[in-house]
Ligand binder design. Structure first.
Ligand code: HAM
Length: 422
């Protein structure tokens, strides 16, 4: 038997309603915040991620699914959504539209990581990206959008942590301080971090090796090196969050795992799903558009991992709405009445009512058993007398009550029940 590749998962028919619920919540949050959907290719030129996400990040160094296509070009399955949307923004000249441009996406993403609970090789993200605004209001709005999304799903116990990692100017000073600190400790660090020391010392702070993590704890904090502008920006973001009563802690250790960030960064973290507790992460990336060859335009966004949200909701007993069921199951007693069940079902379906019939040549008893398992709200058996009279005996499965309904009035009857239930 061929099995599913390691680190990937199937979504089964009795589970997909949970995905739809989360995705519907994402789309609804996007709607009320006025973010427009975008879709970008699953694979891009490898260079996009090398330049965008950064050569010294774990994602680019170790985790990308990169391959040569038949034309000999190096392609990579997207390890995250931001770089592709930034490329789309530049390539389609969206910089000449009125700003800000507010976008969202739901996308698969691919990282060759060691699979564990909440960490997969193929996973899915709901993300938003806003282009063109430098204003701290936009930082706050993006954080509120993430928080609204989690609230909409009734997720509890997730903590918001924020930080500012400054701009190029403050980062220069900070990198010097980090180099000073780590220089005498190089021997104790992993090989990867020793090379990060030269190229990008900030990346040492999100190394996953225990020995490096320990050393990083006592390293200088970026918040002590912010320039006046960055400090003011961060203070205003905090004021705006405070004004809405959104709780958060400032965690100076958040640097995020991708190179494009600047200024505000944030994470929503849970303690209920093990080591991979970050359900949503994001921040500003004011240098990415110009880094990728576009104009000098700021941007900010976040992405939430759908599998992690599912895991969190299941682990903490957050309720999902019930799966959708057929409104009516029409059982047929013989060939003639079976043909009639198909006809009635098609008429109902064309008008938007979910109807089911037998596909397996089952006996009426077996059809009713199936209808019950499928959760049909109503059942009607059609035989000779129903064909003759045109009247159906409708059984409501939740309480066993019955009603005689003319087949031409079936749609109106069921539609009324559906509306009353809503
Ligand atoms: P990220 O923190 O790398 O950021 O990923 C965002 C979210 O995707 C994580 O918080 C997590 O929920 C989920 N995730 C990441 N890797 C995995 C994995 N291997 N398995 C399951 N879930 C995973 C980004 O991707 C940025 N593009 C976010 C962003 C958008 N920043 C600005 N705009």
């Amino acid at each position: 038997m061929i099995s599913v590749p390691k680190g990937t998962k199937d979504v089964l028919p009795n589970q997909s309603y949970k995905w739809q619920y989360i995705e519907d919540a994402a789309r609804e949050v996007a709607r009320v915040f006025n973010y427009k959907e975008v879709r970008t290719p699953v694979f891009e030129h490898t260079e996009l991620f090398q330049r965008g996400v950064g050569e010294t990040t774990d994602v680019v160094k170790k985790e990308m699914y990169t391959f040569l296509d038949k034309g000999g070009r190096s392609m990579t399955l997207k390890p995250e959504g931001t770089a592709g949307v930034a490329r789309m923004f530049i390539e389609n000249g969206l910089a000449s539209s009125p700003m800000p441009i507010k976008t969202f996406y739901i996308t698969p993403a691919f990282r060759y990581e060691n699979p564990q609970a909440g960490r997969l090789r193929e996973f899915h993200q709901f993300g938003i990206e806003v282009f063109g605004s430098l204003s701290p209001e936009t930082d706050a709005e993006v954080i509120f959008a993430a928080s609204s999304f989690l609230n909409k799903l009734k997720i509890k116990g997730v903590k918001l942590e924020i930080n500012s990692i400054g701009c190029r100017i403050c980062r220069n000073e900070y990198n010097k301080a980090l180099k000073n600190y780590f220089e005498s400790r190089l021997e104790e660090m992993c090989a990867n971090c020793r090379s990060r020391f030269d190229k990008n010392p900030l990346r040492i702070l999100d190394c996953k090796e225990e020995k490096c993590k320990k050393l990083a704890e006592a390293a200088p904090k970026i918040t002590d090196y912010l320039c006046e502008d960055c400090k003011k920006h961060f203070d205003t973001v905090r004021l705006l969050l405070d004004a809405q009563g959104l709780e958060y802690t400032v965690n100076p250790n958040i640097v995020r795992g991708l190179d494009y960030y600047s200024r505000t960064v944030f994470e929503f973290v849970s303690t209920s799903i093990g080591a991979q507790g970050t359900v949503c992460g994001g921040g500003r990336y004011d240098g990415l558009i110009s880094e990728l060859g576009g104009s000098n335009l700021p941007a900010i966004g976040f992405a939430a991992g759908i599998e992690r949200l599912l895991l969190l909701m299941e682990n903490t007993g957050v309720p999902f709405p019930e799966d959708k069921v057929p409104t009516i199951y029409l059982a047929g007693m013989d060939d003639k009445s079976r043909a009639q069940t198909f006809k009635i079902a098609m008429g109902l379906r064309e008008r938007g009512v979910s109807a089911e019939v037998d596909h397996m040549q089952r006996s009426v008893k077996a059809q009713l058993k199936y209808a019950d398992k499928a959760g049909a709200k109503f059942v009607a058996v059609i035989g000779e007398s129903e064909l003759e009279s045109g009247v159906l005996n409708l059984k409501k499965m939740s309480d066993g009550t019955t009603a005689a309904v003319k087949s031409e009035e079936l749609y109106t009857y069921l539609n009324k029940v559906i509306k009353e239930e809503k």
